[in-house]
Design a protein around this ligand. Structure first.
Ligand SMILES: *Cc1c(COP(=O)(O)O)cnc(C)c1O
Length: 844
């Protein structure tokens, strides 16, 4: 049944069956004792060993027996119970060192609550040194390593190339670090990533040590996070010369129980702890506290000075039992490693080979291919699922189904922000953007802007079996493999206008700051279309400090010279001014694209002057930065502040489209008479409300005046320009004066003003609803290059394009996501680009 499913789900399932009798024997042994030893796993498939590992029955039984038959006292007296505890703990300490092949004369073991507590002990000591420390951490680090940076003088996050550069003698702290002649450096990295199982070279520790700076007062230490690696692999510390200085791990990840961790310290690095200030009970030989202040730390062993308060004695004894039982059930860690890496290769191959009926891959894997990694890879497979049309499967939806089917897997950011960001290609500003749009660790909305925000992580452990892996692959096949394409929900059949192929997108513009210059979308770039309009259009505005009114070119034509450009690689909006810049101001300022709450006036402080856009009261977030605000105030010579109105707001942080089909349009829509783009005809009888009225009232917009998107056609601009010339030789105008988002190309004059009659439009893959013509004012007379005003085109427009006493040019429109149904790559993240075909429909 399974192989049938697999065959169905894949073209070439070439799963190497048990290729080695040792693995077969191991697997069979686990199969035989699993039900007995792990009764809690019955009916479940446990694939979250990177989270924690289940504990065997024998361990719990033997531990209970030990507890019931011995009396363990607090190890601070000479009573028999106290002595028993002391000697057990000494034995376990030694046994832990042996487990990692570490010589007691080279290493000491400090018992801690978990790996994180070990990291904090090292951090505390490094910070207490007189000059503090500089901190570097690898980008695959667990959150618990990243937090160390908050205690450091300087910190940097390094990728592999940057680590290599460091190993070749280029300190990542050059520049900043040069100012400091002393102070230690700490480099931390995981032996294995808890996100995707990638392993990092243990040799880095020695290589860095060999690069010690000449200065004796500045040393580089390495902290190895072995929490993920140690869970299923041997960690060999037999050579203290090459070993890291500090190693942290959690025993529950290896044995399932007890909840205990260790910090292993290379004795050569013990000096670091000399600056630690706090001392707790059990760590001192004498304390004087009345009248004088003095204490003598214990001096023989490091662990005596670091283990504050009563040791977790029962847990330490449980650890002893855990090591016995683990050894009996699974043999050595080497065997566990061989078995788990065999299973993870099988899982990796199983998932990579799954293909939908149309040949598209079902799974996108982020873990390294275990067969090609020189260091091998941990038994952790991180991936996401797509449907046959390329849309990502939501993690929360996956999780619900997996839970229902009793699979235990982890989804989300898995406490590894750097690993996730690099696997998913998330830029810092996108992560902050997602955060400010409401995304949180464990949030429901996990696909944002067409990208997943987390991964599915399946991880294997000592008691995993071949059948666990196969059932998981079969589960994916059963629920996510699509043999035939789902019926794509197509828009209703449309009657395309006569000249379908001639129309295309000539150019796309967004106006990041309302009323300032446009940013031309580079050709070849897919630009996101949202309900509110094109991404990044009118997200910012300038607000008058006195009146709270949003500034507009109508009153301040110089705003046309404020030129914002979007730089996604740097995550910034750069703003320059094309006019004369007052001397004290910079030529350019940058505003982060990420929506960092710290940059804004706290809500409430600005209430006395809530902003107004087009007469409508809104609540935008105003920037605090004087650098930013004085730039705008200075170049315009108007006291103003920058404000942001990000998508996704509620209440006064949300606006709706006011565009309506005009009477001249509704009548044409109804009667389908073509209008001569000339004079107003006889007054049409009063119209009943247009059909799409209620719909456009509900469309959300940001800071644009009326509608999500404004389109113009070059054919209409051409027609207008010929009319301007014909009527008296005024100057031709550039399409830029209309400040449109979508500029439709086709120099065919037949199509001039054809857009008045369109009711829908398809651009590339996407449908848009036309929301009515755009009413014009004299702002179209501002030359967008020079900010100078002229008479045209308003004079000619008012002679040729006046209906109902108002002047019209261009069309409002909004994205129409179509009927809810099958998700495709396109509908999940709708985009348009320059050159896309434009196919209008005149029938509604
Ligand atoms: C689990 C894990 C940690 C954290 O361990 P705690 O027991 O929660 O302190 C740190 N790093 C890695 C790589 C891990 O897998």
């Amino acid at each position: 049944m399974l192989s049938a499913l697999l065959r169905q789900g894949s073209r070439s399932v070439t799963m190497a069956m048990t290729d080695n009798s040792e693995h077969a024997g191991y697997n069979a042994a686990v199969e035989s004792f699993r039900d007995e030893e792990y009764p809690m796993l019955r009916g479940s498939i446990y694939l979250d060993h990177a989270g924690t590992t289940p504990y065997p029955r024998s361990l719990m039984e033997r531990f209970t027996k030990d507890m019931m038959s011995n009396l363990y006292g607090n190890p601070h007296s000479v009573s028999a119970s106290s002595q028993l505890t002391t000697s057990r703990i000494q034995d376990v300490r030694l046994r832990v060192l042996q487990f990692f092949n570490a010589d007691p004369s080279d290493f000491d073991v400090v018992f801690v609550a978990n790996a994180t507590a070990g990291v904090k002990l090292v951090t505390d000591a490094m910070r207490a040194a007189p000059s503090g420390f500089d901190y570097a951490y690898h980008q695959s680090s667990h959150t618990s390593l990243i937090g160390v940076r908050e205690e450091a003088r300087n910190s940097v996050c390094l990728d592999d190339q940057q680590v290599d550069a460091w190993l070749n003698g280029n300190s990542p702290f050059q520049g900043e670090g040069d100012n400091y002649i002393d102070g230690n450096v700490l480099f931390a990295y995981p032996a294995q990533s808890n996100m995707d199982g990638r392993r990092l070279p243990l040799s880095w520790a020695k290589q860095l040590r060999d690069h010690q700076p000449a200065s004796q007062s500045k040393r580089t230490y390495t902290l190895l996070d072995a929490a993920a690696l140690a869970a299923s692999s041997p960690l060999d510390l037999s050579c203290s010369d090459t070993a890291p200085d500090f190693i942290v791990l959690s025993f529950y990840k290896i044995f399932g129980f007890p909840d205990l961790g260790a910090l292993l310290v290379r004795r050569q690095a013990e000096g670091v702890f000399g600056y630690r200030r706090y001392f707790g009970g059990g760590t001192v030989d004498m304390v004087v506290s009345v009248k004088e202040r003095w204490h003598a730390p214990k001096s023989q062993f490091l662990h005596e000075r670091l283990e504050d308060g009563t040791l977790p004695i029962h847990s330490i004894i449980a650890l002893d039992v855990a090591m016995d039982v683990h050894n009996q059930l699974f043999g050595s860690m080497r065997k566990v490693a061989a078995h788990t890496s065999f299973l993870s290769r099988r899982l990796y191959e199983g998932l990579t080979s799954l293909q939908h009926g149309n040949g598209e891959s079902v799974c996108t894997l982020y873990s390294p291919d275990p067969t090609t990694e020189t260091l091998g890879a941990g038994p952790i497979i991180a991936f996401n699922i797509r449907n046959s049309l390329g849309a990502w499967v939501s993690l929360t939806e996956f999780e619900k189904l997996a839970t229902l089917k009793n699979f235990h897997v982890r989804t989300g950011g898995v406490c590894n922000p750097g690993g996730i960001a690099s696997a998913l290609g998330l830029e810092p500003w996108e992560m902050r953007q997602n955060f400010s749009s409401g995304f949180r660790c464990g949030a429901e909305n996990d696909i944002m802007a067409g990208k997943p925000t987390g991964v599915i992580r399946a991880s294997l452990g000592a008691m995993s079996t071949i059948s666990d892996v196969d059932s998981f692959v079969a589960f994916i096949v059963e629920f996510y493999h699509e043999e035939s394409l789902p019926a794509v929900v197509r828009p209703e059949p449309v009657l395309w206008a006569e000249e379908p192929s001639r129309l295309h997108i000539d150019s796309l513009f967004v106006y990041p700051i309302k009323s300032c210059a446009g940013f031309r979308v580079p050709s070849g770039v897919d630009w996101e279309v949202r309900q509110e309009g094109l991404a990044w259009d009118r997200e910012w505005c300038l607000v008058h400090r006195g009146s709270g009114q949003a500034l507009s070119q109508k009153r301040y034509p110089q705003m046309a010279l404020i030129r914002p450009t979007l730089h996604f690689d740097r995550g910034e909006l750069r703003v320059t001014f094309a006019g004369l810049i007052p001397e004290h101001l910079p030529r350019q300022i940058t505003v982060p694209l990420s929506n960092n709450p710290a940059m804004f006036q706290p809500v409430g402080c600005f209430r006395s002057m809530s902003s107004r856009v087009c007469g409508e009261e809104i609540s935008a977030q105003t920037y605090l930065s004087e650098d930013i605000n004085s730039f705008f105030s200075g170049v315009l010579n108007v006291p103003c502040v920058l404000a942001r109105f990000p998508p996704g707001g509620q209440g006064k942080s949300m606006r709706h489209s006011k565009a309506l089909l005009q009477r001249h349009q509704t009548s044409h829509h109804r009667n389908r008479i073509s209008i001569p783009g000339a004079f107003p005809g006889p007054a049409t009888p009063p119209d009943s409300p247009p059909d799409s009225d209620s719909e456009c009232m509900q469309r959300r917009i940001l800071l644009s005046n009326e509608s999500p998107i404004l389109a113009i056609s070059l054919a209409s601009v051409d027609a207008l320009n010929s009319e301007i010339k014909r009527r008296g030789g005024g100057k031709e105008v550039s399409p830029a004066v209309f400040r449109a988002n979508v500029i439709i190309g086709s120099r065919n004059t037949q199509t001039s003003y054809a857009e008045d009659k369109w009711s829908t439009m398809r651009i590339g893959h996407h449908d848009f609803t036309m929301l009515g013509s755009c009413r014009r004012c004299h702002m179209v007379c501002i030359n967008q290059e020079t900010a100078e005003k002229s008479e045209e085109p308003f004079v000619t427009l008012s002679k040729t394009r006046r209906f109902d006493g108002k002047v019209w040019f261009g069309s409002h429109m909004g994205y129409n996501p179509g009927r809810k149904g099958v998700l495709t790559k396109e509908t999940q993240h709708p985009t348009i680009r320059v050159g896309d075909a434009v196919r209008p429909d005149v029938d509604s």
